[in-house]
Design a protein around this ligand. Structure first.
Ligand SMILES: [Zn+2]
Length: 209
């Protein structure tokens, strides 16, 4: 009798534990921490972000911070606002690429201009990776950065790269990007420059000797 009651008790406990576990695992991981969400929702889709500058000490600390990957971003309204505001920021700054780390968000996402495609659309790269590149590098002329005022320099870059990333809808993209000269197109260089931002690396770290 006692043993049976004990077993029943253990069974009930097991069931409760199971239900709690199920509840925890069903709760989706939010793509943003609260501070990040507040920064993004501090303006509308038409509000550009302030771009961090290496010349400001607190900014430069954030610019050097490696970024974290995204989860569950597709369809998230805060994520869509982030992309819209980054596009607006790039447009008003007249840039060809911008990373979230440049506006104070340590997340693996950047926008880059497709100079290699008709009408030069802006593409979004989430959780980007460079999976393959040649051994040879070139000296790309007059690299520049929205976060480094009044400075340009020649940087060491690969002539092409095989990349993997997710677009803003969450689709997985794998492609080869080419173009490394100002005289032609330089989509591959833009991707490398922005990808470096997600790892806290700036073009001034890669100047040609
Ligand atoms: Zn930059």
């Amino acid at each position: 009798m006692k043993q049976k009651t004990g077993m029943k008790f253990a069974k009930t406990n097991l069931m409760i534990a199971g239900m709690i576990l199920l509840f925890i695992s069903c709760k989706t991981v939010q793509p943003f921490a609260e501070a990040d969400r507040l920064l993004i929702t501090s303006g509308t889709a038409e509000t550009p972000f302030r771009i961090l500058q290496v010349t400001e000490k607190p900014d430069s600390v954030l610019l050097r911070k490696p970024c974290a990957n995204f989860k569950n971003f597709a369809g998230d309204s805060t994520f869509q606002l982030l992309v819209a505001r980054l596009k607006k920021t790039l447009e008003v700054e007249n840039g060809v690429g911008i990373a979230a780390s440049q506006v104070g968000l340590s997340k693996n996402i950047f926008l880059f201009m497709r100079l290699d495609l008709p009408d030069k659309p802006i593409h979004v790269a989430v959780n980007p990776k460079i999976v393959h590149h040649p051994d040879t590098t070139v000296c790309f002329e007059r690299d520049g950065c929205l976060s480094i005022p009044d400075r340009s320099g020649n940087s060491v870059r690969y002539t092409w790269i095989d990349v993997e990333y997710q677009n803003e809808k969450g689709d997985k993209i794998r492609e080869r990007l080419e173009g490394y000269s100002r005289q032609n197109t330089f989509t591959a260089v833009i991707f490398q420059h922005e990808y470096d931002h997600t790892r806290g690396i700036l073009f001034t770290d890669k100047l040609c000797k």
